[in-house]
Design a protein around this ligand. Structure first.
Ligand SMILES: NC(=O)c1ccc[n+]([C@@H]2O[C@H](COP(=O)([O-])OP(=O)(O)OC[C@H]3O[C@@H](n4cnc5c(N)ncnc54)[C@H](O)[C@@H]3O)[C@@H](O)[C@H]2O)c1
Length: 323
């Protein structure tokens, strides 16, 4: 198949490209390298089935040209990461809402199927655990920039369903914290990357808040596998799926586990959320997906334990530092 990956030079996108090339597809990456890195695709330099286009999803002419002859579009390009979002809320809103509209519009016009990468942030601070795809969304006020990410991704989902009514074959995947090699320590889900860097440097691991907040960490190859199923199986069309490990860990436990696995002498310190993200930041205490829908419809079930996935990340970081 001819496949497009927007955001294909990013963390998850580059792992998706690895998988799609291995599966024999011809892959076009459209990425403006705002948070992604060309180095993430270095292993495929000169690959005859990979085309890399440095450009923006906001460039409608370019997007239209890219969609021509495309079978499936994996739309991962986005302004990502609470830190980035809080710093530049306009970039978040425009990229994630307007950029998604451009991608959907031109994919539909060219008859391509689409997978849209959404997020567990959609659920906000809802305490209806575990989160079901049809569950409530609980968000804070609009002047707290953090919520613009959730809101723009939700608008992206609305646009997907609206285009579906006009014939677009589209599926939505809501990623919960994905981790793995190539994570940007400054990016989204960066808590694992940050802790690993700090532990390997012997620096204190900085936990935001009390560390009792819990998240479900999903190894990137499993996130990619769910994404590919969403882009290829008929049962995925017109549907939205949670993609995340159903096992949660507190951030404090995560820090201690990383210290243990690295054999580091680091300690753990706590920083107030407000000091990092500004006043009014609302943290979600516990975020756990209900993954029964994706298991039943697409046969996807994550199996890599956190300890094993973290050991792989640490090994990769050590290897890249030794190079
Ligand atoms: N990492 C996670 O745990 C997680 C969780 C929930 C949702 N997501 C979603 O998954 C997707 C991938 O996230 P990631 O963690 O790999 O982040 P990432 O920052 O590594 O990837 C995003 C990519 O999009 C590119 N990009 C940004 N704006 C662009 C534009 N205007 N035009 C073209 N490319 C542009 C960036 O350069 C980057 O390569 C995003 O849509 C994100 O919202 C990720």
């Amino acid at each position: 198949m001819n496949v497009v990956v927007t955001g294909g030079a990013g963390f998850i996108g580059s792992h998706l490209v690895d998988r799609l090339l291995a599966d024999g597809h011809a892959v076009t990456v459209l990425d403006n390298l705002s948070t992604g890195r060309a180095a993430n695709l270095a292993a495929h330099l000169g690959h005859p089935r990979l085309r890399f286009l440095r450009g923006s999803i906001l460039d409608a002419t370019l997007v239209d040209a890219v969609m021509s002859g495309t079978d499936v579009v994996y739309h991962l390009a986005a302004a990502v990461g609470v830190g980035h979002v809080v710093k530049d809320p306009l970039w978040t809103a425009v990229t994630n809402a307007h950029g998604t509209e451009i991608v959907l519009e031109h994919a539909r016009a060219r008859g391509a199927r689409v997978v849209f990468a959404s997020t567990s942030e959609i659920y906000g601070t809802s305490d209806a655990l575990p989160y079901r795809e049809d569950g409530p969304r609980v968000l804070g006020p609009t002047w707290i920039h953090r919520w613009s990410y959730s809101t723009a991704k939700a608008l992206g989902e609305h646009l997907c369903f609206a285009h579906a009514e006009r014939g677009l074959a589209v599926s939505i995947v809501r990623y919960f914290n994905t981790y793995g090699p190539r994570m940007d320590p400054a990016g989204y889900g960066s808590v694992v990357a940050r802790f690993v860097s700090q532990a390997l440097d012997g620096a204190p691991l900085t936990v935001h808040g009390d560390g009792a907040q819990a998240r479900c960490f999903t190894f990137v190859s499993e996130t990619v596998d769910a994404t590919v199923r969403a882009g290829t199986l008929d049962a995925a069309i017109g549907q939205v799926f949670n993609v995340g490990s159903p096992f949660h860990s507190t951030i404090g436990d995560l820090a201690r586990l990383i210290i243990e696995l690295t054999g580091s002498g680091s300690t753990v310190t706590h920083i107030d959320h407000a000091a990092v993200y500004g006043e009014g930041f609302a943290d979600t205490r516990t975020r756990v997906p209900d993954v029964s829908k994706i298991a039943a419809r697409l046969g996807w079930q994550p199996t890599i334990p956190l300890r094993e996935g973290l050991a792989r990340v640490i090994a990769e970081r050590r290897a890249s530092e030794a190079r």
